[in-house]
Design a protein around this ligand. Structure first.
Ligand SMILES: Cc1cc2nc3c(=O)[nH]c(=O)nc-3n(C[C@H](O)[C@H](O)[C@H](O)COP(=O)(O)OP(=O)(O)OC[C@H]3O[C@@H](n4cnc5c(N)ncnc54)[C@H](O)[C@@H]3O)c2cc1C
Length: 604
């Protein structure tokens, strides 16, 4: 049904949506057509972070920048603008890398689809738009483990504000008391807004904060550094109900800068070392090709190569270039150049589970995905007025919760959270049936309490399957492998049940549905979470930051690849711990600071 919806959407909008002409822009779709000029910086990946860095570096007229992106232009697709269609964008579409994980021990040996965006904007073009910054503890931990106070909450808050532009929601409702104006930015490239359409769940969620205030206290703005509690969610969505991505926010507005060129549909296949600089190999070149049999081209940056290929693409490219664990590289006939055993290790991700209830309502959104004429009608409304359910990413509120009985609990487990102000789990109420493992029922109305473990203990890896850059790497996020994570997910389901047990839900949430209803004892709950958990696809940590002098990690606090010259990483892979949050806001902030670090490193 979702694919039918996609087709309908394509057909309807093709004639309706206006894209600015790109004829004059420096956007190339073939490396053979690139102008024969030298670039100061070559950025690999026009994704969430890559476009932010490209934008900020080209503010300096004397810097020239080339961005190389494997995927298509975001302008080739229309659905990626429609927040409610976000779940139709992946996996297995023309704008995704269609990875699958290894068999997951913690998930009873199931494999899980593991898409990433392969398009201008990268994963910010296909994600679910949720905008959360993490806790002050998360950022202060980054500062502590790297020894660089510049990564602390207080130092990073200006960068968080710099990336965002808080705008009115598309329904222009009164947002007084729904966010804290002091902690937000109003001039940045990424438009963020509160929910632009109300659902029947909204009043019930907020009555719960009065009825169960100890467990689910109201939090006016969980992007203040102190996320615990239940509050209104912010999404990367414009007042006109369109997705705001790094492509629309950071790249498109500056595509006509004379010092910026963007090459799409071209995959970087390895980094090239050109001699040594200060005794270490200088990786200022890249090799690229449009497919496995196409000619390979090379290009050299006069200052730096910046890897922004994401938590999968970045460690893959480092390893393909001889940067990694010498033993595993040699086993694949790759000559080791730099010994960095942490490349591709330390992968951390958020396990996620949809928990459905039967809803006593005719206003859930289930029918939108079953009824083509209703979908068409709502789509036309979205297109013409920027209003209605299609403006919504589905997440109007989030509850961020710490596990209970901590003293006893952390006698058995080490607390993986960043500190006492950081959640272990989250609950996202949704006005429809949501599951990434079970099919949608053909009939009925549902609400779903999505649960996620946001401070997981498990760590996984991204390793090469072969020395062929067109072979997908082996991805093992180790979901629920650590016993703490399975425990936390079971507790998250119990917390979701508690939330729905508040009197506000009586008469609306009629009964637990399907496998959730069958999971009542602890033993049944463990089996349930292992059977149906998947991920919300937030991998980080595969090229982690660590203190400059330490043997650990892959990049320095300035994001330079250890043991190399001319090579920096700016994307989700540098975060040594996963933020207790949906990570895009954190990644934009990292990119904003990285751009300042790069500007400071080179004379302008
Ligand atoms: C389905 C889904 C939903 C999500 N929902 C949310 C959400 O609601 N909120 C949130 O905060 N986060 C969400 N996330 C996660 C978030 O979007 C990502 O963590 C973030 O966008 C990653 O940014 P990045 O810059 O590290 O990588 P990306 O944005 O993935 O950018 C990497 C870019 O590099 C390109 N690339 C890779 N390899 C090469 C190569 N060899 N040559 C050339 N180009 C290459 C890729 O095509 C891509 O464009 C979601 C993720 C998914 C998959």
């Amino acid at each position: 049904m979702r694919s039918q919806l996609r087709v309908v959407a394509h057909a309807l909008v093709a004639a309706l949506v206006y894209y600015a002409s790109i004829a004059h822009c420096a956007l190339y779709d073939n490396p053979a057509l690139l102008p024969p000029k030298a670039y100061d910086f070559v950025i690999v990946g026009a994704g969430t972070a890559g476009n932010a860095v490209a934008n900020r570096l080209t503010e300096v007229p004397s810097f020239s920048v080339l961005v190389i992106e494997a995927g298509l232009s975001n302008r080739a697709v229309v659905d990626d603008q429609v927040p409610l269609l976000d779940s139709t964008l992946a996996p297995d579409t023309s704008i995704t890398w269609n990875y699958t994980t290894t068999e997951q021990i913690g998930l009873l040996n199931r494999t899980v689809v593991y898409p990433r965006g392969r398009v201008l904007g990268g994963t910010s073009t296909i994600n679910f738009c949720v905008w959360t910054r993490g806790s002050a503890d998360d950022w202060d931990r980054y500062a502590n483990v790297t020894g660089d106070p510049g990564w602390s909450w207080n130092e990073m808050l200006p960068y968080m504000k710099k990336s965002e532009r808080l705008v009115p929601p598309s329904d222009h409702h009164d947002t007084f008391g729904q966010f804290n104006p002091v902690v937000h930015g109003y001039d940045g490239p990424i438009h963020i807004s509160l929910a632009g359409v109300s659902t029947p769940l909204d009043p019930l969620v907020f009555e719960t904060t009065y009825q169960l205030p100890q467990r689910f206290p109201y939090n006016m703005d969980f992007n203040s550094g102190y996320p615990l509690g239940l509050g209104w969610s912010q999404g990367a969505i414009t007042t006109f109900g369109r997705r705001s991505s790094s492509a629309t926010g950071y790249l498109e507005p500056v595509l006509d800068r004379p010092n910026l060129d963007v090459l799409i549909e071209t995959q970087v296949t390895r980094l090239i070392s050109y001699g040594e600089d200060s005794g270490v190999p200088s990786f200022t070149g890249v090799e690229m090709a449009q497919n496995s049999t196409a000619p390979r081209y090379t290009i050299q940056a006069s200052k730096e190569v910046i890897l922004s290929a994401g938590s999968v693409g970045t460690p893959q490219l480092l390893q393909l270039s001889g940067i990694g664990n010498p033993e595993t590289l040699q086993a694949l006939n790759i000559t080791p150049v730099v010994n960095l055993t942490d490349v591709g290790q330390n992968l951390s991700d958020h396990p996620l589970l949809g928990n459905p209830w039967v809803a006593n309502s005719t206003e859930t959104w289930d029918n939108i995905f079953r009824n083509t004429s209703l979908a068409n009608e709502l789509f036309l409304q979205w297109n013409a007025t920027g209003t209605g359910p299609f403006v919504d990413d589905g997440t109007n509120q989030i509850a961020w919760v710490r596990l209970q009985n901590e003293t006893e609990l952390f006698r058995n487990y080490t607390d993986p959270s960043a500190g006492p102000a950081s959640p272990h789990i989250e609950i996202l109420p949704h006005n429809q049936y949501v599951s990434f493992t079970l099919p949608e029922p053909d009939t009925g109305s549902y609400l779903t309490m999505i649960t996620a473990v946001v401070s997981p203990a498990s760590r996984g890896s991204v390793e090469l399957a072969s020395s062929d850059p067109f072979d997908y790497p082996i991805i093992n996020p180790n979901l629920l492998a650590d016993p703490f994570d399975a425990y936390a997910m079971v507790e998250a389901v119990k917390a979701a049940r508690e939330l729905v047990s508040a009197p506000a839900w009586t008469g609306f949430a009629l009964a637990e549905y399907g496998a959730l209803a069958d999971a009542q004892t602890d033993e049944e709950l463990y089996t349930y979470v292992r059977n149906y958990t998947t991920t919300v696809w937030h991998p980080v940590g595969t090229a982690s930051m660590a203190a400059a002098g330490s043997d650990e990690g892959v990049v320095t606090p300035a994001l330079l690849v250890k043991g190399t010259a001319g090579l920096r990483v700016v994307d989700a892979s540098v975060l040594p711990y996963i933020p207790s949050a949906h990570p895009q806001a954190a990644i934009y902030a990292v990119a904003e600071r990285a751009a300042d670090l790069i500007k400071a490193a080179w004379p302008q």
